[in-house]
Write a protein that binds this ligand. Sequence first.
Ligand SMILES: [Zn+2]
Ligand SMILES: [Zn+2]
Length: 376
Amino acid sequence: MLWSETAHKYRECIEIVQEMQDTILENTGSIDSQILKQKAVYYVGLISVDYSRCSFDDVIQIYNDIQMLPEKEKKVLSLGFMSELYGQLAMLRLDGSKENKRRVVSLIDTRISEKMHDTSMVAKALELVMILRNMKEYDAAIALGEKLERLTENEERAFSEISMADMVIFENVVSNLERYRVEYHQQQIGKDFCKYFLDRVQVVFNKFDDVPGEIVLCQRDAYFMTIAQCDFLCHQVDDKELSANLCNSAIDYVERYLERNLYFGRRCFTCNQTGTATEVQLVCSGCRVACYCSLDHQRMTWKKDAVRGMRIGHEILCPLMKAYRKWKLIANKKGNERALKLRRRLDRECLYFLSHGLGLKGKCFQKKDIPVYEFY
Ligand SMILES: [Zn+2]
Ligand SMILES: [Zn+2]
């Protein structure tokens, strides 16, 4: 079932339950707690579905509806907290004001200090880390990320799976990398930086690479981009061979990211929703790779900052995906003049993307003796 249909069903259920509640209240003069609980389940379902399908205006509307409910109803189950969290996150996504930021950060802080957190809260808190990072609020992103790491460090985890704890570490690595880049790019590369990466990045990234089968990470394999970013950041060295190796490695990781996106299937690039067989899906006319469930979702992903939380806007990815798709079509024909031409074109697009798309222009480290990261 499509998310829009699911949301519609939830709305119907809420109406039915509300009618039942009114009838019972009329006849008996009391409120049935079972009915309240059922209504709460539908409300939480509705708000999370609307959030997942990026209908942030609807989320805010439901959030406001819930605020209007009597206090007794709001307290049932975790309706109060989860709806508050979804509502606050939706507001922050549409308007990254300081006030919106402060409110949602303190909501999560309070929950953690009261030890009331659970997996769904940690997942949403992780999303907040990502949003804060996009807002260039690195200190806040790292502070929250470290709290989440302490919460999840003792969590049981299977080696073959990426756990929430791994995701928390990964997001923290990215936040630290980005802050480092923004703040220290003009300085010499420091020992702490290397130690940080050797100690932590290696563990996480090796694990990401080892995981078997198909995995769809929340940010669609953004970790490839992080490694690419890291390599490209360090590529301006006097040693020509090392410089070329780092550049090639960066391009290689961008390609792995593109490969995953090319086979993402008929899912909307904004909300991840799979299209049905009969449904018309919009395909980007530029690259003919990106699919969307609606025009709204196509617009939403075009610019990086259109909706906070989108890491890389499609505007900058589009020519890259186009170059990749074209090259893939004839890549196997060795010695083919056209294949070579398309390959050179793809390399150029990759380098342009690395320097502009990831915001690294003029920010690369320049140092003669940059250490080689053995884990690549
Ligand atoms: Zn969509
Ligand atoms: Zn495109």
